[in-house]
Design a protein around this ligand. Sequence first.
Ligand code: F6P
Length: 553
Amino acid sequence: MTAVDQLPAWKALERHARDLQGRHLRELCVEDPGRGARWRGRVGAVQVDYAKHRASEETFALLFALAEEVALPAQIARLFAGERINTTEQRAVLHMALRGDASSVFRLDGVDVMPEILATRERMRALCDALRAGAWRGAAGAPVTDVVNIGIGGSDLGPYMICEALAPYAAGAPRVHFVSNIDGAQISRVLTPLDPRHTLFIVNSKSFGTLETKANADTAKAWLLQSGLPAEAIMARHFLAVSANQAALSAFGIPEANRFPIWDWVGGRYSLWSATGLAIAIAVGMDRFEALLTGARTMDIHFRDTPMPDNLPLRLGLLGVWYADFLGAPSHAVLPYDDRLRSLPAYLQQADMESNGKRVTRDGQPAAWATGPIVWGAPGTNGQHAFFQLMHQGTHLIPADFIGCIRPHHPYADHHRALLANLLAQSEALMRGRTEAETRAALTARGLDAARVEALTPHNVFPGNQPSTTILLDALTPEALGSLIALYEHRIFTQGAVWGINSFDQWGVELGKLMAQTVIGELAAGEIGAGHDPWSAALIAACLPGAQGGAGA
Ligand code: F6P
């Protein structure tokens, strides 16, 4: 297979990037003011404006040509057809089926996967209804007031982020908490105020082999057992689990009635739409969980069926390729102007970086081109008082997503106006900047003398030319949020498909896990084994029990 960087469209994009070098967004805007109306679209409750990009119609024409040359439309068709596109694990990638409805068609090896999904959803509904109505009783006959999700990575970040985002819809429901880290400080903080008689745990682990989740589940079990309630009743009334590993669930003691399935065609970072999202459904109710699915389904259908020029995730994905490979931008900022979306950057870090942080192509050849960007960000307006300095006057090109909600869920209209105004102003300021002449005029207007104006001008010039996409949700409803997350998922798919990498495995997380197991043994034994490099051995020695300043000191 021809490497993507040898394709004619790639070569044309390299030439085109040289032509576009030095062109400022201000100039592009003067040349084509009408693109503010053209380079935008809406899917469901989500509007996307991508006018403020260092690109022209020609850029997109070439990017579409590249998409054709890598057979992107066929790759999308294979994704939805349930082909085993996760080649290293020989798995299909069918998280879209999790947001399907009774009329959806998703097959794996010719077998319809929808009946099992819909049946699981019905079980989730029954459970959520019982919990929310106080009908599910604990071992002591008490209703559940607190639900603790134990999981990490995809078994934590999605449910956690969505529960935060939809908190206004969770009134009256059991409180949900999240424990992910192996750090005992976290589970200790979560459990300390809770009462075992009123607490239910969801052990969320596709593999049920993850160190952190196993340790936290064991600690939760011990914490419940200390209450003196009968062990069998504890397992029956205080533990649910979502996993594909039946043997491990049996060993842990989860009764079959409390087990929810997850299938090998659902990647962990794409799993919040399955029973992995139980905490969400408990918090906001099953109807709203289904609205989240509906929003994502709307985006799935848009991505699957819309021709390239109007396909929003595809456009955004191609822009990401353009920045990473032709304009040399190593990172991508996610800037939600909504406090409820404060965990979106962390969620997208896993979604994007675990998917596209790859250095070889699907057939194992080194990728000689940049792949997935470093994803980072924080909510506005906080970020403006932290890292925006670097975006405005630093030396890096940083494409950014500004994400806002037109209607708030709180009564403070002045706050919301100012929040939205900041979002809009920042994207404009980053794009336009402020020229030397404008800076002199502004400083002079402040009454500064000529020498001061001269001295301060270089420090107050804003180069601008920082590109951004603005994503506006009508309001942060479950449906809008579902569409937003699916928009990102398909954008990530688009980029991986162009780069020719497998976006659905994650071998890169394994080495550190393995080595940690060795060090755990060494710390427990108080002895360092062979095979470490001397620098690492010195650090391990500093942490051995009894070492000065070490664990035992
Ligand atoms: O370590 C990475 C990872 O495998 C993620 O891909 C996954 O979401 C997470 O760990 C948790 O895995 P599990 O659900 O199997 O515990």
